[in-house]
Each structure stands twice: as structure tokens, then as C-alpha cells.
Design a protein around this ligand. Structure first.
Ligand code: PBG
Length: 327
């Protein structure tokens, strides 16, 4: 007698069989590395809450960008940390602000060998740490912020960014930036819309990375983690306004959202595995509680499986190397 009749384990019995039937693969070309560059640094400086991630100097950023290209990853996303912040975040729109300077540096180093993206948001540059300009009553002024984003988008495109990442969660930001880019002669600069961005506790370590002075939270502009239908609405609006790609952020706690967004639109869908997702795994691994490399690949595979075609991850270069050894 033979029982059970059906034996799914046959397809799990050896590495060769498992590889043959593997449904989801992550390719290095789908990974994007977020990188921080700090104005005035002579040497890269470690970010304590993100072991293995640094604030780059201009020099070390160029070198790391070249290494990222060599590793075969699909893109890099640049964040600038200015030495001085002000109420209006003027360092973001200034062509000589650190982010715009860094874009020029990286383009000079890697050209078109990878996709160079830049964060289009004011929070790294404002003294209050909010993603936009404040109205006299202290609330974030949506429409005044849009005008600043338009200037910032133009400055980033002129510096050579291939793609700008509108991450501020202001209403209408994609449309305003698209029109500004077109009017300034940059119709080919693409917009990666952070269409779905939740007010998440997992951004914690990023606040250290960009030396944010934010008090309070971003709940009047970022989304409530409880909501899914609202995300689909955000995505439809951003696509209608001209988003070339849409992103869901954070990634791992929002895989259901990612799958729903994937089903909703036909533009490429990206996911951002954010700082807290990175630091959780690193912290558990440092304690010997989980196998780090397996956990890294497992999270990336899960994000890919849920529907992300592109993944922003602080492990991009390392994961690309692991994946190359594997296939
Ligand atoms: C906004 C921005 C943030 C992140 C990326 N772009 C911070 C925020 O919205 O609070 C977070 C990324 C991360 O946590 O890794 N400029």
C-alpha cells in the first residue's frame, strides 16, 4: 500500500530540484541602494543604528557608487545631509546644496551605467524636520511646499538625476513636479512616486542617518497603517499625475498593500525596505538570534513575491553578491 497519494516533498528533496521549481527569484538588477552623503565630511561616518551603513563623504560616495555599479545593481537613491538646516529647507533647492552636488559627483563617476535617483523631499533640509514648509500655525502647508518641490525637482534634474523620488506625501506633488520638469526642459527625467507611504515607526534609524530634528510625527501627511483602500487611491492619483513608477513603503509589514498595488496599476511597482526593517534584522543577527544572510534573502524574496519588481534596500550590494553566488 502506498499512502499518501500526493507527495509535495518530492519537489523539495534536493537543492537541484528546489532550484528547478523556484517560483520567485531576485535579480541584482532589481535592487536599488539608498546612500547618504553628508556635507563637509572628510571620512565616511558610521550610522550607529544602522550597522554597516554610513554617511558618505563626497569622495567615499563616488567610490561606493562605482562599487555598486560593479556589483550589477539596478540603481542608487541619494539622500543629502546638509551641515546647516533652515526653516524652508533651502539646501534642497540650492544647486550647490549637498544633494545636488552629490548627484553631479555620482553622474560624473558612473554616468549612465546605473540609474541615479534622488530623494525629492525637504525633511533632510528643514530645521524642524518636516517634509514641507510650515504655515504660521505650525501645520505643514501643502501648496507652498509644492512650489519648493518644483524647484527641487528642477535642481536635481539639472544636476543630472535620471529619476526623482517624490517622497514627501504632499497632495499633487507628482503633477507639479512633472509640469515643472517639462517646462524646464527635462521631459525625460522620470518620477518614482512614493505613492503609498505610511506613517511608520520603522523609519527610526533613518532619522539618525539624516540627523533629523523632527519632533512629533508625520501623521498629517503620511498614511495610517490601518488603511489599504486609501493606498489604491493614492496610487491611482499618482499615476494620473504622471508617475512613471510607484512605490510602497515600508515593505515587509505591508506586503498585502504591495500585492494590491501590483494588481491595481501597470506601471512598475517598487518597494522600499526601510531603515527599521534593516536594523531589526541586523540587531537580531548580531545577537545570534537569526541567520543574517538567510534572513536578508528571505525578506527580499518575500517582497519580490508580493509584487515588487524593484526593491530599495540597504543590502543591495551585498545581496547582489549573495545572489550571484547562488545562481
Ligand atoms: C523622506 C524619506 C524618509 C525615508 C525615505 N525618504 C523619512 C520619512 O519619511 O520619515 C525613510 C527611509 C528609511 O527609513 O530607510 N525624505
Amino acid at each position: 500500500m502506498s499512502y499518501p497519494d500526493v507527495r509535495p516533498r518530492r519537489l523539495r528533496r534536493s537543492p537541484a530540484v528546489r532550484r528547478l521549481v523556484e517560483e520567485t527569484r531576485v535579480a541584482p538588477a532589481e535592487l536599488v541602494l539608498p546612500m547618504f552623503v553628508k556635507e563637509g565630511l572628510a571620512e565616511p561616518r558610521p550610522i550607529a543604528s544602522m550597522p554597516g551603513v554610513v554617511q558618505h563623504s563626497r569622495e567615499s560616495l563616488r567610490k561606493a557608487a562605482a562599487e555598486a555599479v560593479h556589483a550589477g545593481i539596478g540603481g542608487i537613491m541619494l539622500f543629502g545631509v546638509p551641515t546647516a538646516k533652515d526653516e524652508t529647507g533651502s539646501g534642497g533647492t540650492d544647486p550647490d546644496g549637498i544633494l545636488n552636488v552629490a548627484i553631479r559627483d555620482v553622474i560624473a563617476e558612473v554616468g549612465d551605467a546605473t540609474v541615479v535617483m534622488s530623494d525629492l523631499c525637504l525633511d533632510e533640509f528643514t530645521s524642524h524636520g518636516h517634509c514641507g514648509l510650515l504655515a504660521p500655525d505650525g501645520t505643514v502647508d501643502n501648496d507652498a511646499t509644492l512650489a519648493a518641490y518644483a524647484q527641487m525637482g528642477i535642481a536635481q534634474a539639472e544636476a543630472g538625476a535620471h529619476m526623482v523620488g517624490t517622497s514627501g506625501m504632499m497632495d499633487g506633488q507628482v503633477g507639479v513636479v512633472r509640469r515643472a520638469l517639462d517646462a524646464a526642459g527635462h521631459p525625460d527625467t522620470a518620477i518614482l512616486a512614493y505613492a503609498v507611504k505610511y506613517a511608520s515607526s520603522f523609519y527610526g534609524p533613518f532619522r539618525e542617518a539624516v540627523e533629523s530634528s523632527l519632533e512629533g510625527d508625520r501623521r498629517t501627511y503620511q498614511q495610517d497603517p490601518a488603511n489599504l483602500r486609501e493606498s489604491l487611491r493614492e496610487v491611482r492619483l499618482d499615476v494620473a499625475e504622471g508617475a512613471d513608477l510607484v512605490m510602497v513603503k515600508p515593505a515587509l509589514p505591508y506586503l498585502d498593500v504591495l500585492a494590491a498595488v501590483r494588481a491595481e496599476v501597470d506601471v512598475p511597482v517598487a518597494a522600499y525596505q526601510i531603515s527599521g526593517e534593516y536594523s531589526m534584522v541586523e540587531a537580531a543577527a548580531a545577537n545570534g538570534w537569526i541567520d543574517r544572510d538567510r534572513a536578508v534573502l528571505e525578506t527580499l524574496t518575500s517582497i519580490r513575491r508580493a509584487g515588487a519588481q524593484i526593491i530599495l534596500t540597504y543590502w543591495a550590494v551585498e545581496a547582489a553578491r549573495m545572489l550571484r553566488d547562488r545562481y
